[in-house]
Design a protein around this ligand. Structure first.
Ligand code: UFG
Length: 328
């Protein structure tokens, strides 16, 4: 039973595809290569280059490959970009997902795993944010994903489709075997930026905001290793295949690190004292967001293997070194 992975040439998607291949699960990738890379897709997985919003193409794919389940990653995912380009985010994330869902329902696909985000919560009132907390996104990115969640829930109650929505917290790190990783050179995510600064790929880095109401004044996030996200997806699919009801689950570890914690860890592990400038706040950033993980641990048989900031940083550093050596 084949799984269609949209966005499977991207950072998170390519790790999932690799994880499915490792478990001998047949998989087909649909990616427009706007931010993904052909080389990130393992040779065992056929790559179709095209748009998720192309209903004709998607319908053909679903029937030709006898798709049983769809894992939907294809999206734009940079919070500050969404603030300056909301139309791009609603179009790429919400409108394309609507088109995909039309094809999915028409083809009678059984299972859908959706890549959502902690950005749907906005700035939560509680220290740990649970899935039933009211979602008040602070950015078009979070809003665009929340709209897709809403469509998915409504569609599932009117059809036989079953879903798991996974709300990712801050995904970082790389495949420990270094078969894939975060390859976008101009990535803006904190761990990637800090690692690039440590390796001299950039002259230094900025900390955006030091006056937040957090212990050290910088934003707090729940960093999750990308390989633990892979196992969450594998378990989500197994759960649906086992007859589980549709569910919405946080994907994080349940404890937070500040921006300064991350910078200090990268400095220590790399042994490099790179330059850090303190800047004003970045638009769309909540002060602190950390997952309540009780639901995912209860509903799925999910046990994280890399709940350790040092391991995340080590793998991110190793991947960045490999990328740099390749590009020389
Ligand atoms: N930051 C810096 N300097 C940088 C980059 C980031 O100080 O050079 C700070 C940000 O201001 C923020 C924190 O580091 O406070 C984390 O920022 P990221 O850009 O790494 O990640 P975000 O929290 O903005 O967003 C990420 C994903 C989203 C997801 C969200 C969930 O990109 O898809 O985590 O918390 F929704």
């Amino acid at each position: 039973m084949t799984i269609l992975v949209t966005g499977g040439a991207g950072y998170i998607g390519s790790h999932i595809v690799q994880g499915l291949v490792d478990r001998q699960q047949p998989v087909v990738v649909l990616d427009n290569l706007s931010t993904g890379f052909r080389h990130a897709v393992p040779p065992e997985a056929p790559l179709i280059v095209g748009e998720v919003g192309d209903e004709g193409l998607v319908s053909r794919l679903l029937s030709e490959h006898r798709i049983e389940a769809v894992m939907h990653f294809a999206a734009s995912s940079v919070v500050p970009d969404s603030v300056t380009n909301p139309l791009g985010y609603y179009s790429n994330n919400t409108v394309s997902s609507l088109a995909l869902l039309k094809s999915v329902v028409a083809a009678g696909i059984k299972y859908f795993v959706f890549s959502s985000t902690a950005a749907v919560y906005g700035n939560p009132d509680n220290q740990l944010v649970a899935e039933d907390q009211i979602a008040r996104p602070m950015s078009p990115y979070g809003a665009s994903k929340l709209m897709t969640e809403t469509m998915l829930r409504d569609i599932a109650s009117a059809s036989s489709l079953k879903y798991v929505i996974l709300r990712y917290f801050n995904v970082a790190g790389a495949d420990p075997k270094l078969r894939t990783g975060q390859s976008t050179r101009a990535a803006t995510h904190l761990v990637k930026v800090a690692v690039q600064a440590a390796l001299g790929i950039r002259a230094g880095m900025d900390i955006f905001g030091t006056d937040y109401p957090t212990p050290d004044g910088t934003c707090v996030r729940d960093y999750i290793h990308v390989c633990d996200l892979v196992s969450a997806h594998i378990e989500a699919l197994a759960y649906l295949r086992g007859g589980g009801n549709s569910a919405t689950l946080n994907c994080g570890y349940g404890h937070g690190y500040s921006v300064r914690d991350v910078v200090d860890t990268v400095r220590r592990i790399s042994g490099t004292d790179f330059a850090v400038a303190e800047r004003s706040r970045r638009a769309g950033d909540p002060a602190s967001i950390v997952a309540d993980t009780r639901a995912i641990r209860r509903v799925l048989s999910w046990t994280p293997a890399f709940d350790n900031l040092e391991a995340i940083v080590q793998h991110a550093l190793a991947w960045e070194r490999k990328l740099t050596a390749q590009n020389r």
